[in-house]
Design a binder for this molecule. Structure first.
Ligand SMILES: *Cc1c(COP(=O)(O)O)cnc(C)c1O
Length: 380
């Protein structure tokens, strides 16, 4: 597809190492359904990277979240707490099981769930809280875990942005009983569409395999633990093709190279834009002490929605694509229809109108970034 007017895309995916070689190997192996060699290799590598006892590859982060909702036996009337500034799937996966969404506001600095609001959002019906480590910067996990444990609420980390990030020296995705990863094309590591469920509480492991395999005990059958397989629980088809796992393994193997490239790009934006940002009342990302970022995305917070839209147009006129997200979930038509539209989330509302994400991708070269930086500095 030629789109000559685009000089710097917002995102693109490129092979980072042995993707094609591994996909050929998967083909030569003759079996490309799920659960084959490359699926298992990805799962072992994810376990090695994070230290989670069991990682299972899924077709998406959305599906990993759906699995979490089934594992936690979420049912009609249960309340699930999420930040309003989050992706649709973060809550939709639980609403599918009958949950009532409870939206809480975010912090001004990291745009993560405001931990000081968590305790008062919990009721006798609250079953889970799903924090998102926005941009790959950790939520305040000490206080979130303390409140959740004291109130008996499960923590599921939506770690779509946070693989390789850490909080006080501990990898993101290892705090909640469950955590989810995304390998969608916009994420640091990708196979186009993919995800993983990270299982920290081992009581969920066996059932997770069953849920991923259409509610059957096929995994136990393959391991020779039962002599036939049959339908024993709820489930769906949540296992990706080994072809995708082959692509993903190559990406995960290049994690240090990928992360060091993203860190360089992130840091260069942060340093090059510092004085411009001060003069324009623009807020740059904040990484609190004790957090090692996963460098998933780089965003600016403009002083007003008008300035945000103007900067976006200014960049587009120079062939540079920037995007914004998330529309506050509590203001969505679905949340309103469910009666959750009156949540008080003034920070999420204000940020959503003023945030802009700049191009940042693994193969982004210095000239591409120079063009973006020069265009921004030119915006007065
Ligand atoms: C990308 C993303 C998801 C969904 O990931 P998929 O793999 O596309 O399902 C969920 N939560 C957050 C915070 C995301 O950024």
């Amino acid at each position: 597809m030629s789109r000559p007017n685009i000089r710097v895309p917002f995102n693109r995916s490129d092979p980072m190492g042995r993707e094609l070689e591994y996909m050929q190997e998967a083909l030569a192996h003759g079996q490309i359904s799920g659960g084959q060699i490359f699926t298992r290799r990805c799962e072992h590598l994810l376990q090695e990277i994070t230290g989670v006892p069991r990682a299972i590859l899924t077709t998406s982060c959305t599906h990993a979240l759906e699995m979490a909702a089934i594992l936690l036996n979420i049912t009609t009337g249960d309340e699930v707490i999420v930040p309003s500034f989050a992706f649709v799937s973060t809550i939709n996966a639980f609403v599918l099981r009958g949950a009532t969404p409870v939206f809480v506001d975010i912090r001004e600095d990291t745009l993560n769930l405001d931990e000081s609001l968590l305790d008062s959002a919990i009721t006798s019906r609250t079953r889970a809280v799903v924090p998102v480590h926005y941009a790959g910067v950790a939520c305040e996990m000490n206080s979130i875990m303390a409140v959740a444990v004291r109130r008996g609420v499960a923590v599921v980390e939506d770690n779509a942005h946070g693989l390789m990030g850490s909080y006080q020296g501990r990898k993101l995705g290892t705090f909640g009983c469950l955590a989810t990863q995304s390998f969608h094309e916009t994420k640091n590591f990708t196979c186009g569409e993919g995800g993983a469920l990270m299982i920290n509480a081992s009581e969920y492991t066996e059932r997770a395999e069953i849920i991923r395999d259409k509610g059957t005990n096929r995994s136990r059958f393959i391991r020779g633990q039962v002599d036939k397989y049959t339908w024993i629980d709820l489930g769906s088809s949540y296992v990706p093709s080994d072809m995708l796992a082959a692509f993903l393994l190559a990406q995960l193997e290049q994690r240090h190279m990928i992360q060091s490239r993203r860190e360089k790009l992130w840091t260069r934006y942060q340093e090059s834009l510092a004085s411009w940002a001060r003069s324009q009342a623009v807020r740059l990302p904040v990484v609190p002490a004790g957090c090692d970022s996963a460098y998933h995305l780089y965003h600016l917070v403009l002083p007003s929605p008008e300035r945000r839209d103007a900067l976006m147009d200014h960049l587009a006129a120079r062939g540079i694509l920037s995007v914004f997200h998330y529309l506050p979930l509590h203001q969505s038509p679905m949340a309103r229809a469910m009666g959750a539209g009156s949540a008080r989330c003034p920070v999420a509302e204000s940020i959503a109108g003023r945030l802009l994400r700049l191009p940042l991708y693994n193969s982004m070269g210095p000239q591409d970034q120079d063009m973006v930086i020069a265009a921004i500095l030119d915006f007065q």
